[in-house]
Design a binder for this molecule. Structure first.
Ligand SMILES: [Zn+2]
Length: 479
């Protein structure tokens, strides 16, 4: 007999808010797409069957803020994301060439989009680049497969004017723009957040990791989070995510005894250390800062004297992590909704990847256990909403014809136990079986991405920055 179905997932509890599914279903997959989701599909129709009773299947998790590049994240990122149940990730630093090379060599079969940083001293000259220089950078990045640009303000600030130019340019060119708040005028804190809202001037913008501006540096973390929520409500052209880990990630690199990243001194001072080489050394020794080192295909955190030796041996050029994100602002930003019931912060992301804090499932499901989110809310914030924001019209739901990207969850352990990308299993029980990956690019980047031998899927620029209503239907397109 002919098998119409390549793979049949039988008996999982399926949660898909876009299609209002919340119950036990079978999921049929054919040619990498969802062929059917219904109550009882005959195994005889399928070439392969997986019995998933007791698990929960959701549209594949889309992490809208990760690091998987040579600059930050490193080669473990893809495997770590796959083990965390992520099926699509958005790399938000670049450089774009390094991102694709890393995926080709160390991929886990995931989908990846990326943007290219406007980083003074690294990708562009000076902190006040002209519109012409920015346009050249943007076009070059997009032709290599980036969907737009990222202003790394908090770490490597531009002037406020140059930051405004980046946001406006990306909008005019119909490309993506993300911003880690902070300029030569404001830091990566609540003032920087407010400045970012002004600099956007009504242009659409992805404002990264809102919780990181609500760490209580200026007011209390609770006041900062509440005010951020109100401000986001009056700036609907701002799209955002927040993450759920207490850990941050920044550069431990020192140049002439001073931190290379503008975000690092804040963290050191916050814990009472001098913002310089000696302060960092002491903080690592005391266990207040952890260095990130690769072990096998995992990035791990280390502290104490052995960590100091590794940091010095690496010429201080290692990334580091402080336990600095207060629980109250993380909780509030992950769960806040407006009067219509729409989530104020569009997505739960991780700022993880190669930084060990891929806790969408672990901590996101803790919010479900706490009854702060329903399972449908969890899916909206980790799949449907980020899909809309990133223009991924074939993802974020299990609609017939959608990409068969699926995350299977074990709600007893609050862990992902299986994930599929385009109908192919890439992770089972923590074992990563996927390799390489699919680059999600704008039409201009297709040719280049194909040359690299990657899987390629195209994003229609008209679909960037969409937003769903509380029921998962397209509410608004921000142009
Ligand atoms: Zn980041």
């Amino acid at each position: 007999m002919t098998h119409e179905i390549d793979l049949l997932l039988k008996g999982a509890f399926v949660v898909d808010p876009v299609n209002r599914i919340n119950g036990i279903r079978d999921i049929a997959i054919a040619a990498g797409k969802i062929a059917d989701v219904s109550r009882d599909i005959s195994p005889a129709l399928a070439r392969q069957v997986k019995y998933l009773s007791g698990t929960t299947a959701i549209p594949g998790i889309i992490d809208s803020h990760v690091h998987a590049s040579p600059l930050i994240g490193g080669f473990s990122a893809h495997k770590m994301l796959a083990r965390a149940g992520v099926t699509t990730a958005f790399e938000v630093a670049g450089p774009v060439e390094g991102v694709w090379k890393m995926m080709a060599e160390n991929g886990a079969g995931l989908n990846l989009l990326c943007i290219h940083a406007v980083a003074p001293g690294l990708t562009i000259e000076g902190n006040n680049p002209s519109r012409t220089a920015l346009k050249k950078l943007l076009h070059n990045a997009v032709s290599k497969g980036a969907i737009g640009i990222k202003v790394l303000g908090g770490h490597l600030p531009l002037t406020p004017d140059a930051t405004r130019r980046c946001i406006e340019l990306a909008r005019q060119e119909e490309k993506y723009c993300a911003f880690h708040a902070g300029t030569t005028r404001s830091g990566s804190n609540f003032d920087g957040f407010l400045e970012a809202l002004d600099l956007a001037e009504g242009n659409r913008l992805h404002l990264a990791h809102i919780n990181s501006y609500c760490r209580g540096q200026i007011k209390s973390s609770l006041s900062e989070a509440s005010e951020a929520i109100s401000a986001l409500e009056t700036h609907p052209h701002i799209f955002s995510e927040s993450y759920l880990s207490p850990l941050n990630g920044t550069s431990g690199r020192m140049i002439d005894g001073q931190p290379f990243s503008k975000a690092t001194p804040n963290s050191l001072k916050r814990f009472g250390y001098s913002p310089d080489f000696q302060g960092m050394k002491q903080a690592i020794t005391d266990g207040v800062v952890s260095i990130m080192v690769e072990e096998g295909d995992e990035t791990v955190l280390q502290t104490g004297s052995p960590a100091v030796r590794k940091w010095e041996a690496a010429d201080t050029n290692l990334n580091v992590s402080f336990d600095i994100n207060p629980a109250d602002s993380r909780f509030l930003l992950a769960t806040a909704r407006n009067r219509d019931g729409r989530f104020t912060v569009d997505a739960i992301a991780t700022d993880g990847g190669g930084i060990p804090r891929n806790v969408i499932v672990e901590n996101g499901l803790a919010l479900v256990d706490f009854k702060a989110l329903t399972m449908a809310d969890f899916v909206l914030k980790t799949s449907a909403n980020p899909a809309a924001m990133l223009g991924l019209t074939q993802k974020g739901s299990l609609s017939v014809g959608a990409d068969a990207d699926i995350t299977v969850l074990d709600l007893e352990k609050n862990r992902a136990c299986m994930s599929l990308v385009g109908g192919r299993i890439v992770m089972v029980a923590g074992h990563v079986c996927g390799s390489g990956g699919t680059a999600l690019v704008l039409p201009e980047g297709e040719k280049h991405a194909r040359k690299l031998g990657l899987g390629v899927d195209t994003i229609d620029p008209d679909h960037l920055f969409q937003r769903l209503d509380p029921h998962g239907q397209i509410a608004a397109v921000n142009r």
